[in-house]
Design a protein around this ligand. Structure first.
Ligand code: NAD
Length: 437
């Protein structure tokens, strides 16, 4: 199959590389000339484990190309995926579909034969209809079908997720398009990944429902964590106690600083907006968003609590700023409102992240960027673990206690055992566990 992938970001680049690895011929298109130049120079513009080797091997075998010109890629393709960003629109929280619609217009101009246009971007219900209308209006003679095929991969484990998905959702009522999609995903189907065919609107809604449900699990366990702290219970054991029930499941029950990232915040907001527009308000999701928003500043108050509520003149070391480990993605990371709140309270902030420093420098002002966790913590009054990178799990606590001005650890990911940390002379506070500072 000849595939054009419009958008070479976290989703487009990973999907394009994986499709080429299956044997398809893929051309990734991006309007960002710098990104395409980097890719053509063998550089990967994002941090995603395993992606460099996957891209290099498929480029070498002539199955993967990077261009800025939509027309050549689309003209030659049987299938065109749209994998551009759909951020929250400034002001109202609706999904900003301008990139999707701009891509649709470019695709329309370049279609030469029957082409399946696939929305892989996360788009609200009805966006597929609009993409169809835009293409039809621009190019009335074009032969095409618009399919919804939402992506469920997770950054940090994206290649594994793409190659071994829990399910593939394909929304279309056009048999020709379904046959083409079956061919595109045939290698995964042979691997027994379930493919679910449904209509386009159902596929679009499925993606938002999935992310909103996962966000709900996170917000739920975070509230249980708050209660656990008050009543002297351990949220990790509660999570295990409920999660071993197959109806609930163990995943997405880790208490922490609140969800963030490139998907949950914007997708929950967009679903709320869709619900309001259709007069079917999603009150549970509305509450999840409110609970999660309030949590970020509450985490700063948790840090302040260790100092009697006053952070003025205190130096705070932040370990981890990306929204989760194994990615350099800082979009809507919980570290952002946390650091702002700490600065509002008068703290001086020092920051270290294993791969997120470049992105962090674009986001934070008036913080000190450090080379490693020990340099970051040196002279600080508290160390706050915000992202659970593996390299933070086995810090030399004796050394830390010796170099810090004050031995306080606020562990927002519960990666340390309170006993171990307090044995090393620290005051320790995790999330939802009995020992609070
Ligand atoms: P991204 O910002 O990393 O990548 C989007 C890319 O599209 C950018 O490189 C941008 O330059 C390019 N682009 C924008 N307009 C273009 C156009 N007209 N033609 C060509 N290129 C264009 O975004 P992402 O994280 O890959 O997300 C893409 C979509 O996938 C979003 O809808 C997102 O919600 C969804 N999604 C993301 C993830 C994730 O983990 N990041 C997971 C599942 C679904």
């Amino acid at each position: 199959m000849r595939i054009a992938m419009i958008g070479a970001g976290y989703v487009g680049l990973v999907s394009g590389a994986c499709f080429s690895d299956f044997g398809h011929h893929v051309t990734c298109v991006d309007t960002d000339q710098g990104k395409i130049d980097a890719l053509n120079n063998g550089e990967i513009p994002i941090h995603e484990p395993g992606l460099d080797a996957l891209v290099a091997s498929n480029v070498k075998q002539g199955r993967l190309k990077f261009v800025t010109d939509v027309a050549s890629a689309v003209g030659a393709a049987e299938v065109v995926f749209i994998a551009v960003g759909t951020p929250s629109r400034r002001g109202d929280g609706h999904a900003d579909l301008s990139y999707v619609y701009a891509a649709a217009l470019e695709i329309a101009k370049a279609i030469k034969k029957f082409t399946v246009v696939v929305n892989k971007s996360t788009v609200p219900v009805g966006s597929g209809d609009e993409v169809e209308r835009i293409i039809r209006e621009e190019n009335p003679d074009a032969e095409f079908a618009v399919v919804s095929n939402p992506e469920f991969l997770r950054e940090g484990a994206a290649i594994r997720d793409f190659k071994h998905p829990d399910r593939i959702v394909i929304g279309s009522s056009d048999q020709r398009a379904k046959d083409v999609m079956a061919e595109v995903y045939r290698p995964l189907h042979l691997n027994s990944s379930p493919i679910m065919y449904t209509d386009r609107r159902t596929a679009e809604l499925t993606k938002y429902a999935a992310n909103s449900f996962l966000a709900t699990k996170v917000a739920f366990i975070n509230e249980i964590a708050d209660l656990a702290e008050k009543v002297g219970a351990n949220v990790q054991e509660v999570a295990r106690g409920i999660g071993l029930d197959n109806r609930i499941g163990l995943k997405f029950l880790h208490a922490g600083p609140g969800y963030g990232g490139s998907c949950f915040p914007k997708d929950t907001l967009a679903l709320i907006k869709t619900g309001q527009d259709y007069e079917a308000p999603l009150r549970i999701v509305e509450t999840v968003v409110a609970v999660n928003d309030q949590r970020k500043r509450a985490m700063a108050r948790k840090v302040a609590h260790a100092f009697g509520g006053n952070l003025r003149g205190k130096s705070i070391a932040i370990l981890g700023v990306t929204f989760k480990p194994n990615t350099d993605d800082m979009r809507d990371a919980p570290s952002i409102p946390l650091i702002t709140a700490l600065q509002d309270m008068g703290a001086e902030v020092r920051v270290y992240d294993p791969v997120g420093m470049e992105q962090a420098k674009k986001v934070f002002e008036n913080v000190t960027f450090c080379e490693g966790p020990y340099e970051c913590a040196r002279g600080c009054h508290a160390m706050v673990i915000v992202t659970e990178w593996e390299q933070f799990r086995a810090l030399d606590l004796k050394e830390m206690a010796a170099i810090m001005a004050c031995p306080v650890i606020i562990d927002l990911r519960n990666i340390y055992s309170p006993d171990e940390v307090t044995r090393n002379g620290f005051l320790y506070s995790g999330v939802g566990r009995p020992q609070a500072v």
